[in-house]
Design a protein around this ligand. Structure first.
Ligand SMILES: [Zn+2]
Length: 222
């Protein structure tokens, strides 16, 4: 769970013009201070844009053009980043900010929200289950409850213009993490993912957001 399948969107993950400008400047300048000066960006902003670019490219490389033979294919990713996090082994984004959990499911904030606002949640099984076709009836029910509770909670916490729920099975359907999960994405109006660069939310900020959502999660319970 880092990590982040923040892949809700599709295989292209196109870079914005501003992101291409940062990449091009990096090629010739070679360091962030110079890139910032050339583009009139604060160095911290340039660093954050680079992190967003790296995330997009990582996701694009996972999807690639596999599954072109028409076969159902689950993305190869070993070890599974969600199971790694459950075991206390964290990737580049650090530990997950968990909002809610029960015996069968976890809900946590993705480090790279794609809805144009805070609160993009992933709701995943505790057990390593590759796709929706491999769930037990108990997991199906628990996920349905957790996804609905998550949608209510992010709506109550952030008052979004909309809440997008998305789930992917197979590379052809843009699955990038081989561990079943639903995206629950509070959204501003506009394209998905938004045109502006994705921002990596620092862990401490995610923990604060998780606490806010958790308060509403309780209220939203049946
Ligand atoms: Zn797993």
């Amino acid at each position: 769970m880092t990590a982040t399948d923040s892949s809700a969107a599709g295989p292209a993950h196109p870079l914005s013009a501003a992101e291409w400008a940062v990449l091009d400047a990096m090629h010739t300048a070679g360091d962030l201070a110079t890139v910032g000066l050339r583009l009139g960006l604060d160095q911290a902003v340039a660093r954050q844009m680079l992190a967003g670019i790296a995330e997009k490219l990582r996701l694009a490389s996972l999807v690639g053009d596999r599954a072109s033979d028409g076969a159902f294919e689950v993305p190869a990713r070993d070890p599974c980043p969600f199971c790694e996090n459950y075991a206390g082994r964290y990737g580049t984004h650090g530990p997950p900010a968990v909002v809610a959990e029960d015996e069968l499911t976890f809900a946590f904030l993705t480090p790279v929200p794609l809805g144009g606002m805070p609160g993009h949640l992933l709701v995943a099984t505790r057990r390593h289950v590759e796709t929706i076709f491999d769930l037990t009836p108990e997991e199906e029910a628990a996920l349905a409850y957790a996804v609905t509770a998550a949608a209510r909670a992010v709506r109550a916490a952030f008052d979004p213009a909309g809440v997008l729920v998305q789930q992917h099975n197979g590379v052809a359907a843009f699955q990038t993490v081989p561990h079943v999960h639903f995206h629950v994405v509070p959204k501003t109006a506009g394209p998905f993912p938004p045109a502006e660069p994705a921002r990596v939310v620092p862990f401490e900020e995610r923990v604060r957001q998780a606490e806010l959502i958790r308060r509403h999660w309780t209220l939203a319970g049946r």
